[in-house]
Write a protein that binds this ligand. Structure first.
Ligand SMILES: Cc1ncc(COP(=O)(O)O)c(C=O)c1O
Length: 397
């Protein structure tokens, strides 16, 4: 589709999807809001419906140049991809991709460290429609072959896991999937295609909660699924049947965020690593779960496969209880307490991964905290955490 491979990341995110026919000379494609599209005649209305509606105005749910532009930009970031569709949230993107592939009676292999709502989807809606889920150890690698039965249809990966950050051996799992004819999905929200080109690595559906790094400003809900060659038609058919669509306003916010994603990711990554290394030296901290540090399961794989890290990681406290952990988090000045991540502002939340596991066991030296490192000065964040660890120490006794 493009020469995106030869361009640098900054150039890619700045230029991608800005077709002149969509921008009309304006730098960013404007917001084309639409439900009704008007036709000149009955004959034209009928003819338009009979033709391929891809990138043609037809009816609002099929999008306008605003959505097409962001979708095309995301496709250009994934060398080897066929096309991308947008969704009103990351969870909607995950659900649509899974429903595009799975049938009643199928079995899904789902990584045990996955984002909790993905688990809820598997244990709720998918189960209700007769799809069985088997959870697997994120570190299973090629050993996943042992879990494949004749009912297995697909493997869902999330790497690293967004609470506990285990890094999966994607090439090994993709190798098994290809050998056995299984479809692969990757929740690539943490790395984005800039740090992990999923489709090039053989993944069939690369999924983003674009709410996070694509949006980048904590003001939009958006998801995307990018399909490998030959995988798009099934995704499009199911997405249309489900009536899934992202609004032009939200797509515009996503595209606006995307233009700065490469520089933001670099800064998130750099600050997160600095803070993770600092935390590692603190006596109140038992372990830092950042893929770039050796404490993190799958660290070697991270070094082999990823181009860098982003801004989200966790750490485990040395002893203490929920109250001591709350003392740390509650008094933080620069970290908000709230869900989501990928925005310009730092966040801290308590995490209790043992509640979201079935194939593996979470064992820790104390309670854990997840940090989203924003674009504030890293030294200010470190000073804030230093004071937080002092509060923790006092409360722990
Ligand atoms: C790893 C991961 N995937 C998917 C999602 C879901 O995205 P959304 O909140 O846009 O539905 C999230 C949200 O936190 C996430 O952390």
């Amino acid at each position: 589709m493009s020469d995106a491979k030869e361009k640098g990341d900054g150039t890619k995110v700045v230029t991608a999807g800005r077709r002149e026919e969509w921008t009309q000379g304006i730098v960013s494609p404007p917001v084309w809001r639409a439900s009704t599209i008007l036709y000149d005649s009955v004959a034209e209305l009928r003819a338009r419906g009979a033709r391929d509606t891809h990138h043609r105005l037809f009816y609002g749910r099929r999008g306008t140049p605003t959505q097409w532009s962001l979708a095309e930009a995301l496709t250009e970031l994934e060398p080897g991809a066929e096309a991308t569709l947008l969704y009103p949230s990351g969870v909607a993107a995950i659900a649509s991709a899974l429903l595009a592939v799975l049938h009643p009676g199928d079995e899904l292999l789902l990584v045990d460290s996955t984002y909790d709502p993905t688990r809820n989807l598997a244990n709720g809606l998918l189960k209700r429609f007769g799809i069985h889920t088997t959870y697997y150890d994120p570190l299973i690698g090629a050993g996943i072959a042992d879990l494949v039965t004749e009912r297995t249809r697909a493997i869902f990966l999330e790497s690293p896991g967004s609470l506990t950050f285990e890094v999966q051996d994607i090439p090994a799992i993709v190798g098994v999937a290809k050998e056995k004819g299984l479809v692969t999905f990757l929740d690539n929200t943490w790395a984005t295609p800039l740090l992990l080109p999923a489709i090039e690595m053989g993944i069939d559906y690369s999924i983003l909660a674009a709410t996070k790094y694509v949006g980048g400003h904590s003001d939009v809900m958006l998801g995307s699924v990018t399909a490998a060659k030959g995988r798009y038609d099934a995704l499009r058919a199911t997405t249309y049947q489900l009536g899934q669509t992202a609004s032009a306003d939200d797509a515009w916010l996503g595209a606006r965020g995307l233009r700065t994603m490469a520089v933001r990711l670099k800064q998130h990554g750099e600050s997160a690593l600095k803070i993770a290394r600092w935390l590692k030296e603190q006596p109140e901290v038992a372990r830092v779960l950042h893929p770039a540090l050796p404490d993190c399961p799958g660290h070697e794989i991270f070094l082999r496969d990823f181009k860098g890290g982003s801004g989200l990681f966790s750490f485990v406290l040395a002893g203490g209880d929920d109250t001591a952990r709350a003392a740390l988090i509650d008094g933080l000045a620069h970290f908000g307490i709230g869900y989501s991540w990928g925005g310009f502002e730092s966040l801290a939340i308590p995490i209790d991964p043992d509640r979201y596991r079935s194939a593996t066991k979470w064992e820790a030296e104390g309670p854990a905290v997840r940090l989203q490192i924003g674009l504030e000065d890293a030294d200010d964040l470190i000073a804030d955490l230093e004071a937080g660890l002092a509060r923790f120490r006092e409360a722990r006794g």
